[in-house]
Design a protein around this ligand. Structure first.
Ligand SMILES: O=C(O)CCC(=O)C(=O)O
Length: 223
């Protein structure tokens, strides 16, 4: 059940940051500082530090408006609480204007319609998500998953899906953008591990598409 009340979390963002009105600055969401990090010949991440300049205000706004849910997971025979809160706008739901301002430039740049949004709230360092790849890989061969991180920085790690040591470590927060692309969801796993020393809450806005981009080459599924 979605909960309309604002979660109580701590993060020392700028209290004076105001959310820019959509389109007020043409350079508000600029890709000028984006760099591509190739994981291998087929998979890559694009990283744009500080992509959302008014990130503290966006954090604050989403805390207020998102339909927060505490989901449970079946573990062995028990139902356990998922260690984070989530808010989901599935494909077909009207995305709020604050999210549409993010999807518009991303959809244009990457040539796909980002049409669903899952926001995760890691309330403190005890909240986490285990190693996994996103389920959108089951319906799309080459899904893009774009994530805007707000609030405290947390480790975001990648390792090969087939197993092996951590291959990349990032520490996204405070408006950073990470886009996973190519075969990333098929051949790599990612995690946000528990972190005792986390300095506060982190929110990740994850954006996905439900249809392949026009003209994008399709890659056969592995296996
Ligand atoms: O919080 C993040 O950056 C990752 C979230 C994630 O992987 C997921 O929700 O599937």
């Amino acid at each position: 059940m979605a909960d309309r009340s604002r979660p109580r979390v701590a993060w020392q963002g700028s209290l004076f940051d105001e959310l820019a009105e959509g389109g007020s600055s043409p350079d508000r969401l600029s890709f000028a500082h984006l760099r591509r990090d190739a994981l291998d010949a087929r998979s890559w991440l694009d990283v744009a530090p500080g992509w959302v300049p008014d990130h503290a205000a966006l954090f604050d706004r989403l805390l207020d408006i998102a339909p927060w849910q505490q989901r449970t997971r079946t573990m062995w025979d028990d139902q356990v609480l998922e260690p984070r809160l989530v808010a989901h706008w599935p494909t077909g739901a009207a995305l709020p204007p604050e999210v549409l301002e993010l999807t518009a430039p991303l959809s244009q740049r990457y040539g796909v319609e980002l049409d669903s949004c899952l926001v995760n709230l890691y309330r403190d360092g005890a909240d986490a998500v285990a190693w996994h790849a996103d389920t959108v890989r089951k319906v799309l061969r080459d899904p893009l998953v774009a994530t805007v991180s707000l609030g405290a920085r947390r480790a975001f790690l990648l390792r090969p899906a087939a197993g092996g040591p951590v291959a990349r470590r990032y520490a996204p927060g405070e408006g950073d953008l990470i886009v996973m692309g190519g075969a990333c969801q098929h051949e790599w796993h990612h995690t946000v591990p528990r972190e005792k020393s986390a300095s506060g809450a982190r929110m990740s806005i994850t954006l996905r598409h439900s249809r392949p981009g026009s003209g994008r080459p399709e890659r056969p599924r592995p296996g």
